[in-house]
Design a binder for this molecule. Structure first.
Ligand code: NAG
Ligand code: NAG
Ligand code: NAG
Ligand code: NAG
Ligand code: NAG
Ligand code: NAG
Ligand code: NAG
Ligand code: NAG
Ligand code: NAG
Ligand code: NAG
Ligand code: NAG
Ligand code: NAG
Length: 714
């Protein structure tokens, strides 16, 4: 998770935008008499699910089916919420149950398939319990022009019968749950996604000749994109984010006469290049971020599409033309921001991502022209100098993402005139000066604020009233804080809090319990002078906490017991005493446990290491005694990579089960009382690089290796 988190936060804006794009579908204002058998089929459909708020992500979701009541005539369903009938024939032609909190499985015996006159079917943003899409859909609902099953937890192979829906103009099978995108981008389980064969993808273009909207975000295609796509002349929008595409992108797609939206983000093995753009090119949105596109960004984008293009994401684009190789420094020196000045002609842009495009020099002046700008992502470049005060003219700006640059001096006061700001990331720059945090509190929309890793001194006025923004993420690492920010008192939305490397002293306040108990996922308070929890916890109160870092403080007493959701638990360099509770054995998702440099004692729980999730276990420099648990990697598929038990008082022999820890890279048993012969049996571990056994009671001879293949990487 640690790997997934930062970069996903970084793209959270794009995800949000995607969620906010909603179009109107079924609307039934006219009273029409329906057919009793269809109304019964709908009622049966309703009854085959339960409803639960958590089945939908949309905050305005509600169970539309809850208001469905059958009258005595059994023909009144045309007035039901989400249902529309043909005025003349009375057949149900449109069923829109988007964000309707439906939960349960859907199979081929569903009464849904009796609605054979359906033209539009929208079941998006529900939870179908990872059902397969029934192939009967293709046999029975052949009149569909719109099918939206996005974000509704279907899984498995998309049936080829979908190709029988020859009238389809809109097909949306994207999986884009907000939570997936934010926190666990790389780790979604492959059993819970939709898959599409390359042959079926090709046939979608060949057979569904009316297709205009094709949305397949996060559907696993895992192959190349068929050339035939360059012939899909009716296509208006093609969304293929995170499909595992590889090979060369068919360049002809850029010349499709009607294509307005092309979104290829997160296909890191997809190569491609931009052609010169056609004068009549209708592009509105172009996203090739995190692909392997390279070559040259033609300035003709700026000349020709200026009236339309409003979304441009070229992050990670490697422009061979503008980037020059600095032989003396043996590195790419980057391109001056003037080389991108054509972007200044795209005055309709509301989203621009140029992260990782080797920009260098002063803050790019072409941005001043982009007065419609809302999301400006210039992360991971080498932009220097001040944040320009003219930025305040971009009054629509919601998300300035400028982390990992070399911005200097103070944040200009004009910055705080941008009252629409929602996500601010200025971390990892060279900004300096004192920041009065209540300046940010004037920004009522603010939910994410990151100022970490600058030379800023953040000052928090004490006794602030409850008017601070409702933060979802607050990162103030190395900001010279001395107190716990009181304004978080009433912050039930806080997901991430990082106050590490400050001078916060005293206790972690009790109010943190109540306000953030449900929301908090990420808590890093390491490298401060904290002495404990105000309400001494045995069990931490955050039900959804995934990461806890409390290292390098002055914490004492018994180790706090984390919730079952924990994945990363790190509290080194404190004064914790007593033993490790056996309840740590229940933490099935824990993969990093660092308790180094405390005063912990007692025996190690037998279960340690036996959970297959464990990757890093560091218990160095405590007073643990007794035997090492003998169930390390018992199943032969352990993922343990690092085990450091040094500087303890452990006895006995090395557990033979470690020969199954095939991923081990680092192993330190030094400075214990282990009494064993040399563990030549560890020689089979293929990636072991470090083995430390010193200052123990090892004895006997170290024999000549039986084969040349022992300890291949030591
Ligand atoms: C499908 O439904 C989702 C969620 O309701 C929505 O965001 C998306 O825009 C819809 N797709 C199309 C193509 O209209
Ligand atoms: C569902 O779709 C309708 C019409 O397409 C849209 O107005 C609405 O915002 C969507 N979401 C919910 C929760 O109804
Ligand atoms: C299909 O689902 C229904 C409940 O919705 C269930 O009663 C039925 O047994 C299922 N049929 C099959 C073939 O799985
Ligand atoms: C969800 O799927 C699981 C596994 O297929 C099944 O055991 C469970 O009964 C399903 N739940 C519902 C509500 O359909
Ligand atoms: C619906 O599909 C099934 C096959 O899945 C087929 O046997 C049946 O005839 C179809 N019904 C209609 C009305 O098309
Ligand atoms: C797709 O169309 C071709 C003809 O263009 C036809 O032979 C084939 O059967 C169709 N495939 C499906 C699955 O409908
Ligand atoms: C695309 O269409 C053209 C002309 O209609 C045809 O010559 C070409 O073979 C088609 N390409 C593919 C990949 O089918
Ligand atoms: C670089 O771009 C310039 C102007 O856009 C163009 O004339 C030149 O041919 C390009 N060079 C390469 C190597 O692509
Ligand atoms: C700013 O936009 C105008 C058109 O609105 C254009 O004429 C001008 O060249 C642009 N300036 C820059 C620096 O791109
Ligand atoms: C940190 O804050 C203190 C006051 O709380 C101030 O005296 C000191 O100069 C600040 N340090 C830096 C590096 O700004
Ligand atoms: C926490 O909430 C409980 C009730 O839910 C309340 O009694 C208590 O005073 C609250 N504590 C704090 C510190 O807000
Ligand atoms: C290693 O794993 C295998 C199963 O994969 C098991 O049979 C064997 O007993 C294990 N070895 C030890 C020493 O636990």
């Amino acid at each position: 998770m640690g790997m997934g988190l930062p970069r996903c936060y970084f793209y959270a804006v794009q995800c949000l935008i995607f969620l906010l794009l909603k179009a109107s579908q079924c609307s039934s204002f006219v009273q029409t008499i329906g057919h009793a058998d269809e109304c019964s089929a709908l009622m049966q459909f309703k009854q085959s699910f339960t409803t639960s708020k958590s089945a939908s992500l949309d905050p305005f979701a509600y169970p539309k089916v809850a208001s469905w009541m059958q009258e005595r005539t059994r023909r009144n369903c045309c007035s039901w919420d989400g249902v529309e009938c043909n005025e003349e024939t009375g057949y149900v032609i449109c069923l829109n149950l988007n964000s309707s909190c439906l939960y349960g499985s859907l199979n081929s015996s569903s009464s849904l398939f009796q609605l054979v006159h359906l033209q539009k079917l929208d079941l998006s943003d529900n939870h179908f319990n990872f059902s397969k899409i029934p192939s009967r859909l293709g046999h029975n609902l052949t009149g569909l022009t719109l099918l939206n099953l996005s974000q509704s937890s279907f899984s498995g192979q998309i049936p080829s019968e979908i190709l029988y829906l020859s009238k389809l103009s809109t097909l949306d099978l994207s999986a884009t749950s907000f939570l997936d995108m934010t926190f666990d981008y790389d780790h979604f389980s492959s059993s819970k996604i939709l898959e599409l064969t390359n042959a079926n993808l090709r046939s979608i273009v060949q057979n569904l000749t009316n297709i205009q909207q094709l949305h397949l975000n996060k559907v696993h295609i895992l192959s190349t994109l068929p050339d035939i796509f360059a012939n899909a002349t009716s296509l208006k929008a093609l969304y293929l984010q995170s499909c595992g595409l590889s090979g060369e992108f068919p360049v002809g797609i850029f010349q499709l006469p009607n294509l307005e939206v092309l979104d290829l983000m997160y296909n890191e093995d997809l190569t491609g290049y931009f052609p010169e753009f056609n004068k009549s090119s209708p592009f509105k949105k172009l996203n090739v971020a995190r692909t392997n596109f390279s070559g040259h960004v033609p300035a003709s984008i700026g000349d020709l599409s200026s009236l339309r293009l409003s979304y441009l994401s070229l992050s990670f684009f490697f422009d061979h033309n503008y980037t020059y190789y600095d032989v003396s420094r043996n590195s790419f020196s980057g391109q001056l921001s003037e080389s991108w000045s054509w972007v200044g002609k795209l005055t309709k842009l509301y989203h621009l991502s140029l992260a990782y495009t080797y920009l260098r020099g002063e803050f790019p002046s072409f941005v001043a022209n982009l007065t419609q700008m809302e999301e400006l992502d210039l992360a991971y470049n080498q932009i220097t100098g001040k944040i320009p005060s003219w930025l305040a003219k971009l009054t629509k700006l919601t998300a300035p993402y400028f982390p990992f640059n070399n911005l200097q001096e103070a944040i200009p006061r004009s910055f705080f005139q941008l009252t629409n700001l929602q996500y601010i990331d200025l971390s990892s720059n060279n900004l300096s000066g004192t920041v009065e945090l209540d300046e940010f509190f004037k920004l009522k929309m603010l939910t994410v604020l990151r100022l970490s890793f600058n030379k800023l001194s953040v000052h928090i006025k004490t006794s602030l009233t409850a008017t601070s923004p409702k933060f979802e993420a607050l990162a103030l690492v190395s900001c010279n804080l001395t107190e716990f920010p009181d304004f978080l008192h009433d912050n039930s939305k806080l997901v991430e809090l990082d106050l590490s490397d400050n001078n916060v002293h005293g206790q972690i306040p009790r109010w943190m319990w109540n306000s953030t108990g449900e929301s908090l996922w990420y808590l890093n308070l390491s490298h401060n002078s904290l002495t404990g929890f105000e309400q001494n916890p045995v069990i931490l109160p955050w039900k959804n906490l995934h990461l806890l870092e409390l290292g390098s403080n002055r914490l004492q007493g018994q180790l706090p017991i984390p919730p079952l959701s924990i994945q990363f638990y790190s509290v080194p360099n404190n004064g914790y005493t007593r033993g490790v509770s056996p309840s740590f054995c229940n933490l099935k998702d824990l993969f990093v446990l660092d308790l180094s440099n405390n005063n912990l004692s007692g025996m190690l729980p037998q279960c340690l290491g036996s959970s297959s999730a464990f990757e890093i276990l560091k218990l160095r420099n405590n007073s643990f005694h007794g035997d090492i648990p003998d169930q390390m990697c018992p199943t032969g598929q352990g993922s343990l990579k690092m085990l450091d038990l040094s500087y303890n008082q452990l006895r006995g022999k090395l557990p033979r089960s470690m020969e199954n820890c095939t991923q081990l890279v680092f192993l330190d048993f030094g400075n214990n009382h282990i009494s064993d012969s040399f563990p030549s049996w560890l020689g089979t571990l293929p990636v072991l690089r470090v083995l430390i056994l010193g200052t123990n009671g090892f004895h006997g001879t170290i024999g000549k290796p039986a084969t040349n293949h022992e300890f291949p990487n030591l």
